[in-house]
Write a protein that binds this ligand. Structure first.
Ligand code: TXA
Ligand code: MG
Length: 310
């Protein structure tokens, strides 16, 4: 459903009635519900088949409602000023008298918050009196959705409304930084860590071991296309697809690429899209060429590593 005022109104009506809807963000599509409503938040977990010990990110328009829910600190304000709205999520301390549903944070004292940049999501948030809890709009441990049709493919008629914001610009999830205690990156994402380091001017720990079990949202089997995936490959395997970083002269039907000229940002944008296409063409496995581990290439490799644990 395309963006216009009546669709935003319709979306607001659904959300005010504790229902979940699909929403576009600049990173990936989200499955959104009122973060103050236990009913709405329960629906999100049920629809995604997500475990309650994996907390949700809460989306805000700006600081005005956020101030009621969590404690802001200096580093947060610095990063907020520089990068928000944008693909960065902050873990902050919850305020005691917050209205955030306890289910969102798994009853913990910290909360993950972010300020999405997509104009439709911004407009929607501006029209609401509450923030939106929204995990990525995919079934737990599967590929994230980067267009409205992907959300439909994941949930079918189980969700009644998806705001169509076209294809996501960034194409991978937000970077997550914890600012409770020493700054710590919890997930690589759409914003390069080097850019964050330049602003914070103090050591930033990176705690993202893709093979570690039970860290929130860092389960081994994540972002999976549902078929075996192999990294650092030079060629395809039997009945499989080959995924290259850069377009090369190759007319084979099982050959795919992430970027026309090897640009890593473009590659990140095309990552989930291309994996979804390969999966839907019924290939039995995917072999992926080596991707340079720098800038957003680190995020691509993080997602591929997790997907390779299928
Ligand atoms: O780009 C994004 O961040 C997208 C769009 C829709 O905003 N959302 C997204 O949500 O990727 P989700 O639920 O797929 O991933 C959220 C991650 C999980 O790994 C979760 O464990 C972590 O955020 N998280 C949420 N709350 C947390 C908290 N209080 N402390 C630490 N990690 C948290
Ligand atoms: Mg997700």
């Amino acid at each position: 459903m395309r963006n216009n005022q009546s669709n935003i109104k319709k979306a607001k009506k659904y959300l005010d009635n504790h229902k979940c809807i699909g929403v576009p963000t600049e990173t990936v599509y989200g499955l959104a519900g009122n973060a103050y409503s236990n009913i709405a938040v329960k629906k999100i977990f049920n629809l995604k088949k997500r475990s309650y010990n994996n907390p949700l990110i809460v989306h805000y328009h700006n600081l005005s409602i956020l101030k009621n829910d969590c404690v802001l600190n200096k580093k947060f304000l610095l990063l907020y000023k520089k990068f928000c709205p944008g693909p960065l999520t902050f873990v902050l301390k919850l305020k005691k008298n917050t209205k955030i549903s306890k289910l969102v944070t798994n009853n913990k004292k910290n909360i993950a918050v972010r300020f999405p940049k997509h104009p439709i999501m911004k407009k929607l948030l501006k029209n609401l009196k509450y923030p939106l809890a929204a995990p990525s709009a995919n079934m737990a441990s599967r590929l994230s959705a980067i267009k409205a049709e992907d959300v439909r493919e994941e949930f079918g008629s189980k969700i009644k409304l998806i705001l169509d914001g076209g294809k996501c610009n960034v194409g991978v999830e937000s970077t997550i930084i914890s600012l409770v205690g020493k700054p710590k990156i919890l997930r690589l994402g759409g914003l390069e860590v080097s850019k964050i380091k330049k602003i914070i001017k103090e050591p930033v720990l990176i705690n993202i071991n893709p093979l570690k079990k039970n860290a929130p949202g860092q389960s081994k089997l994540h972002y999976s296309p549902g078929i075996p995936l192999r990294m650092w490959a030079k060629k395809e395997k039997k009945d499989g697809a080959f995924l290259a970083l850069k377009k090369k002269k190759n007319k084979k039907k099982n050959y795919f690429y992430l970027s026309s000229n090897g640009n890593l940002k473009e590659a990140a944008k095309n990552l989930y899209k291309t994996l979804r296409i390969i999966k839907n063409k019924n290939f039995k496995n995917i072999s992926v060429e080596k991707i340079p581990n720098k800038g957003i290439g680190m995020t691509i490799n993080d997602r591929l590593t997790r997907a390779s644990k299928f």
